[in-house]
Ligand binder design. Structure first.
Ligand code: GRF
Length: 209
């Protein structure tokens, strides 16, 4: 099986990147990380990529005059590595028109809440403060909004009375690692349609969808 090619955009720790790298080592996993791009030179994700001999680029917004030029550089790298799917794994910038148009419905993001609840920063803390009893994580297609695109998959995590924002975030993170791996696999191996906001997976033998 020829593995599909993932380009992963990061800004920090890179544990979701690591989950994808680990999954890709299995022969039957349909994808491999071929390039990592970070907008922060101090991101620990860079070390993870280097350790695996995955090409890694630092592309910083402040080095470019406009968002368009910044994203053109990222686009150039992603095209050079012929990526089939772009994964935002803790990438802390909003994706603009340049990348959205270059990879239509080919950019996905992982977010640490059950969207549409708690989009944006510090989602786990916001969920904890709100007092929800169930939180979780979401993988979704990226559109022009913030954490707003069609949902590919979600995993639920119970909130315990003695949780802190940190313990909750840690349990959500464990589920994120599973969800990102299973979502990438689904997108790359199953047939689906995006109908309005709904990502509808076509079941085998179901000709009506
Ligand atoms: C994760 O919680 C992810 O959902 C959010 O940013 C965090 C990144 O963590 N978008 P890591 O860099 O993958 O460890």
């Amino acid at each position: 099986m020829e593995k599909k090619r993932l380009g992963v955009l990061v800004s920090g720790r890179g544990s979701n990147l690591q989950a994808l790298i680990d999954a890709s080592k299995k022969d039957d996993y349909p994808a491999k990380v071929v390039v990592v791009i970070s907008n922060k030179k101090e991101a620990y994700a860079i070390e993870r990529a280097k350790k695996e001999n995955i090409p890694v680029y630092v592309v910083k917004r402040e080095d470019y005059r406009s968002k368009r030029e910044y994203e053109e550089k990222i686009r150039e790298i992603l095209l050079e590595y012929k990526v089939d799917l772009v994964v935002l794994a803790g990438y802390m910038k909003i994706i603009g028109k340049t990348l959205l148009e270059a990879f239509p419905w080919r950019i996905i993001n992982i977010h640490p809440s059950l969207l549409p609840s708690f989009p944006g920063l510090e989602a786990q803390k916001k969920a904890w403060e709100y007092g929800v009893k169930i939180s979780g994580c979401t993988v979704h297609f990226v559109d022009e909004g913030i954490d707003s695109g069609p949902i590919i998959g979600q995993r639920a995590v119970l909130v315990y009375d003695d949780d802190t924002p940190e313990t909750l975030a840690e349990r959500i993170l464990q589920e994120e690692h599973k969800l990102i791996v299973e979502s990438v696999k689904k997108i790359l191996t199953e047939e689906y349609e995006i109908i309005g906001r709904r990502v509808v997976f076509k079941k085998k033998g179901d000709e009506n969808i």
